[in-house]
Design a protein around this ligand. Structure first.
Ligand code: HEC
Length: 104
């Protein structure tokens, strides 16, 4: 019985660790790939995750609103977009960890 609990705790810890790794992946993709266009003097305006509230980011990705401005589907796969969406929601204007620096 006690072994089961220890194994369960290890699993929970590993899941937590993996979710953190993924979250940091979203930040990197955001900075490098979204930032390739969204930068000062770039094709598009620089912005930070606090540009929108979490529900607005969700809508932005759910409805693929970016395609109204520019089709970026060839630059990102689903996992990358998912990771960026999670990062932006986690640091949105109304989040507990708002990130106002973002792209420059
Ligand atoms: C190939 C270039 C390019 C890439 C890559 C790119 N964007 Fe854009 N984005 C644009 C352009 C061009 C616009 C329209 C001009 C503007 O708003 O500055 C735009 C507009 C936006 C807007 C404003 C939308 C609106 O309705 O006002 C947001 C938010 C945005 N992009 C988010 C992102 C995110 C998040 C990523 C990464 C997943 C990303 N963009 C990647 C070119 C790009």
């Amino acid at each position: 019985m006690r072994n089961h609990i220890i194994i369960l705790l290890i699993c929970i810890f590993m899941l937590f660790f993996l979710s953190q790794v993924k979250a940091s992946g979203g930040r990197e993709i955001f900075l490098s790939k979204c930032g390739a266009c969204h930068q000062k003097d770039g094709d598009a305006q620089a912005f930070a995750p606090t540009k929108y509230a979490s529900t607005q980011w969700k809508r932005f990705f759910d409805r693929n609103k970016h395609s109204r401005r520019k089709d970026i589907s060839s630059f990102f796969n689903d996992e990358e977009l998912d990771a960026v969406e999670k990062y932006l929601i986690k640091h949105a204007a109304d989040s507990e960890q708002p990130e106002a620096v973002g792209l420059k």
